[in-house]
Design a protein around this ligand. Sequence first.
Ligand SMILES: *Cc1c(COP(=O)(O)O)cnc(C)c1O
Length: 359
Amino acid sequence: MTRPLTATIDISAMRHNFSVVRSSVPSAKAWAVVKADAYGHGLERAVRAFSDADGLALIEIDRAINLRKNGWKKPILLLEGFFKADELPELAENGISFAVANDEQMAMLEKAKLPKPVNVHLKMNTGMNRLGYLPSEYRAAYERVSRIPHVKSISFMTHFANSEDPDHPKVPVREQLRRFDMATDGLPGDRNLSNSAAILLHPDIRTDWVRPGIMLYGGTPGGKTAEEYGLAAAMSLDSEIIQIQHIKKGDSVGYGSLFTAETDMTIGVVACGYADGYPRVAPEGTPVIVDGVRTRLVGRVSMDMLTVDLTPVRNAHLGSKVNLWGKELPIEDVAVAAGTVGYELMCALTSRPQIIEKD
Ligand SMILES: *Cc1c(COP(=O)(O)O)cnc(C)c1O
């Protein structure tokens, strides 16, 4: 028998979620963001699910080149750009577009001898203070890149720090947009702007390209549930109860004896642990669904198992179905309990759960 732990990846849900991008921002072209192995869903599956996308955007150079070699003909964008000068000829050869975010990248691009001309996405730092040229430096950077003979197009790119919170007190989207608009005013080139939260909450932002990631996988970047946004969970992590313990008041459970029963109670042991990607930091009370009933994690998550309170679950038995997240339980509910975001849980899925592909 195989261990009863599966990650079901629903390709039709991913396809559906891409259609939500189209209906939210019908006039924009869309990069499907497939970095980090498509947020843990598998790059090759994402390529099939997002065949209608106008391009694929990612971080990993080797995988970008493989996408091209495996037959993806539409644009590919490297969101962090390149890291070493010797990567440039292969990117040019394979028609891979990339961000240019600083003078070091700019200098490498100026000096490069390239087999084909390249498309550059000139990154602006409008408040995130991570990558990009400041608005005050942007025009000079634009002029510099436009003098490079082997650059055939220049797009304008920035990234929002708080698009899930329209009234953010420090760096609201509208302020980042104001800086972006000022710095690009009158310059010819495509605008490459919105991430998922901006697409869902600010669909009116004027942009030629959007960059949805988390929403494609059914994750929701701001407050509302996937259902409210019309999105479907693409990853479902499911296991079973592999042992039942009837413990007495005062008995404790698991490493560190972290949980102590306040009354006699029934505990279910689930075949899923942190070596599968379930967060070890998830505290007592983190939601878990057993046989369709919402209950709670108790005790410390161990490498291969976790334990749940079966009190609310009538007739729980060996083999009872457990949903850790996905179809029955929004991944954000687990993430919030564990002090993180759905993004991290998706990306942290390991290779141990058996993958079931659904189409
Ligand atoms: C990851 C990433 C995105 C996608 O963001 P989501 O919040 O997942 O939609 C967009 N743009 C850049 C530059 C990114 O790094």
